[in-house]
Design a protein around this ligand. Structure first.
Ligand SMILES: NC(=O)c1ccc[n+]([C@@H]2O[C@H](COP(=O)([O-])OP(=O)(O)OC[C@H]3O[C@@H](n4cnc5c(N)ncnc54)[C@H](O)[C@@H]3O)[C@@H](O)[C@H]2O)c1
Ligand SMILES: [Zn+2]
Length: 369
């Protein structure tokens, strides 16, 4: 039996923050990072709320650690807001999700949990996932639970215009990785495929332009929508070995999440395409995205997918290998056994189309070194 549930209500477009006006008479708690707390972005939210009833938790760091979530829950218990807003990239939204999830478990009544993404990448605003880190162990834990879905997602492309080109590139490659992994997942369905196909089409069409002309609102809107579509796809279908390894590159070596996925993507496609069903699906995705003709053989279409991903990465300035990030080979080798062990335990591995052993994961890591 296939199950398809997207409980989050999605409002999109440049006027969608108006939706916040119905919470003017409520106590609102916003979870964000210090950058967003100071700039024009928070002012855009406050225009639609009663500023005197809004309080901020602005201590979010990239790859939020357990300690930040605990600090947030303590503040949540003191403030007891009716509405919580996760405002920022995946790090802020994931932390807010964990705070609300555990806060509700502790008996707090939170009427609305709203996610407002300011990067186009994780799709966290519509997923049942929250990725929380344990810096002492160098591990990132993806929690999945239906109770984690935000109630509402607001997709305002104007919030993304200020994202620097390098972050746009990394997060955009996260979108593509979500779409591709969901598409070949063992849990993929016609429903998740439709979402993944549209997301991948939009990335191939708009990501390079979003990096080079970040002030184009139409381009930003397309990438923002692609991110949410890919989030919906993988929240239903699951991910795979790409994310299982990327979480370790983040946990152990502090490689930004989207960049870690981008470094791995072509190598993971090569590995998974040894599975006949996955190879067919990669080929189909290449044709649907216009990267290969409908007459092309599967093998040729798969090669076009690899070529276009490689070309897109070069165009948007993603380095070819981990070495390009200035991480010493010695440091990488030192943490490789721990990364392999943790990747094998990462919950995203379960839906990979091909079984990946410790040796396979080691070989993928070696290939991107
Ligand atoms: N829950 C999920 O479904 C899911 C899926 C994928 C990844 N993740 C997690 O999400 C996190 C990564 O999220 P991310 O890639 O969005 O990065 P991020 O949230 O860490 O943000 C990256 C940087 O961009 C800055 N930024 C955010 N919005 C900006 C804006 N509008 N203008 C200028 N700068 C801005 C932030 O201040 C930060 O420095 C990781 O922890 C990853 O594991 C979660
Ligand atoms: Zn991701």
């Amino acid at each position: 039996m296939n199950r398809f549930v997207i409980p989050t209500r999605v409002y999109s477009g440049a006027d969608c923050l108006q939706r916040l006006e119905r919470y003017r008479d409520k106590d609102v708690w916003v979870v964000c990072d210090s950058f967003l707390a100071k700039g024009g972005a928070i002012a855009r939210l406050l225009e639609h709320l009663d500023a005197d009833r809004v309080s901020l938790f602005s201590d979010i760091m990239p790859d939020p650690p357990i300690a930040t979530v605990v600090a947030g829950i303590l503040q949540l218990q003191t403030i007891r807001p009716q509405v919580v807003i996760g405002f920022g990239g995946g790090s802020a939204i994931d932390a807010a999700k964990a705070m609300v999830f555990f806060g509700r478990k502790l008996g707090l009544t939170i009427d609305r949990f709203i996610a407002i993404p300011t990067t186009s990448g994780t799709g966290s605003e519509v997923t049942s996932a929250s990725v929380i880190g344990d810096p002492a162990l160098g591990i990132k834990y993806p929690l999945f639970d239906d109770a984690i879905y935000p109630d509402i997602a607001l997709l305002d492309p104007q919030l993304v215009v200020s994202v620097p080109a390098a972050v746009t590139a990394n997060t955009g490659m996260d979108v593509l990785t979500h779409a591709v992994e969901a598409y070949v997942s063992t849990n993929a369905s016609d429903f998740s495929d439709a979402l993944a196909e549209k997301a991948a089409q939009l990335v191939f069409r708009y990501l390079a332009a979003a990096c080079s002309r970040g002030d184009c609102l139409k381009t930003r809107e397309k990438m923002h929508n692609a991110s949410t579509l890919a989030g919906m796809a993988f929240s239903q279908a699951g991910l795979g070995v790409n994310h299982a390894i990327a979480h370790q590159l983040g946990g152990q070596l502090h490689v930004a999440h989207g960049l870690a996925n981008a470094l791995l993507l072509t190598e993971v496609i090569r590995f998974n395409s040894q599975d006949a069903r996955a190879a067919k699906k990669y080929a189909r995705l290449a044709r649907i995205c216009g990267l290969a003709t409908y007459q092309s053989e599967d093998r040729a279409a798969l090669q076009q997918l690899l070529n276009h991903i490689g070309q897109l990465k070069r165009q948007i300035g993603i380095p070819a290998a981990l070495g390009g990030l200035g991480l010493g080979a010695e440091k990488i080798r030192q943490v490789t056994p721990a990364m392999i062990a943790a990747a094998l335990n990462d919950s995203t591995l379960a839906t990979n189309p091909r079984r990946a052993t410790a040796k396979d994961i080691g070989a993928i890591l070696n290939a991107i070194e």
